[in-house]
Design a protein. Structure first.
Lengths: 202, 202
DNA sequence: GTAACAAAACGAACTAGTTCGTTTGGTATA
DNA sequence: TATACCAAACGAACTAGTTCGTTTTGTTAC
């Protein structure tokens, strides 16, 4: 019997090796439920894989969590560095857009923050690299004169991050958000975040 | 035989009714491990109470979580309204101080944000009340001319919240914080947060 | 004071369901 | 044959929640 992965004449559609399907399913699961709340059986089922395979590729649940976190950090960093060059307000806007389009990334970071304090062996280095690069970018902007040089670049970086993600963490905004993105609100918030950063650097 | 609650001549030391000891232990447990990660047995043990008593006072685990969240929100709101009146930067400073002295409150809010989306029956109203009050305060400050009136008060409120808590959520700062508060850093961050808010309202 | 009573609490065992991680037997592919 | 895989099941530990007999504590009446 032949493989029927691509029924029509469509491109081969690389059948997504089992390992990656598992990682992808784990990504969804961990972002939604965190480490303690995630269920291995659910990950395997959603990956259309067997648990036997899951444990063939990842030793522990925490191992898989760590792999997801690592992948997320890499993708997040690369996505962020796209809209990085120009100005800090533009960067904030790009970051905001990304967080709206892909909330899983910030969720995963929050989970790691709350319950992953121990199992951040490879991820930790990634975080530090990413952070260092961002701080370098801020320093460069300060040197170029477009950003107030009296700010501690480390602090300014954190502030931008905090401003962009404020609606995700502010209780009223976050809990009221039972499936109600509302394009107009999103746009208005984006504008406020950008404006806030503009004021900071002025 | 006489009561031997206070061995020495110290004040009676109201022996903390079981129910409250349970609530207090649950507070610590949930703030540390979240809803899914918390262990009922551990709560009972740390409360020096029996599980029988725990379930006599609270129906479910989620019930207890909800009670903890509610208590936290009430205390947080009242603590916050202390340093509320004056200026927005001062308010931000007070909020920052509180978050440093009592990180459990923001942790609990984060947990609720991530995994408590369903069980926020009484808490939700509290959050909305607290939010409404904060927004009113911002509007008053705008009317008095001390805060730029062109800001959406709702947004400004969220921004202040995001600025104050940015070091809690920024990955590098949060994960690097393996028991390293460092008074000087804390003070510098506080100053930056206050300064950031000053720039926003100017 | 003390006997009687009830509420609050203890503690230990127990139920029933869940969950991680492992194993086993079997199929398909190269 | 060897590798990758699956479906199913299993075991052991864990967990929420319950039950029950006993003890402590506070109150009320005598």
């Amino acid at each position: 019997m032949k493989r029927v992965d691509s029924p029509s004449g469509l491109p081969p559609k690389e059948p997504a090796p089992t390992r990656q399907r598992i990682l992808e399913a784990a990504r969804v699961e961990f972002a939604a439920y965190g480490l303690a709340g995630a269920r291995i059986d659910r990950i395997a089922r959603n990956a259309s894989a067997s648990k036997e395979r899951l444990y063939a590729y990842y030793r522990h649940k925490a191992d898989l969590f760590s792999a997801v976190l690592e992948l997320n950090l890499i993708e997040f960093a690369s996505a962020v560095e796209q809209g990085a060059g120009e100005s800090l307000p533009e960067f904030a806007g790009a970051l905001y857009d990304h967080s709206v389009a892909h909330p899983e990334y910030l969720r995963m970071i929050d989970w790691a923050n709350l319950e992953g304090q121990d199992l951040i062996n490879p991820p930790l280095a990634l975080i530090e690299d990413f952070h260092a690069e961002r701080v370098r970018a801020v320093i460069a902007l300060q040197a170029s004169g477009s950003v107030d040089a009296s700010w501690d670049p480390d602090h300014l970086n954190a502030l931008v991050f905090g401003i962009v993600s404020c609606w995700i963490h502010e209780p009223a905004a976050a809990l009221a958000a039972d499936r109600a993105p509302d394009p107009a609100t999103v746009a208005a918030r984006r504008a406020s975040a950008v404006r806030a950063v503009e004021r900071l650097i002025g």
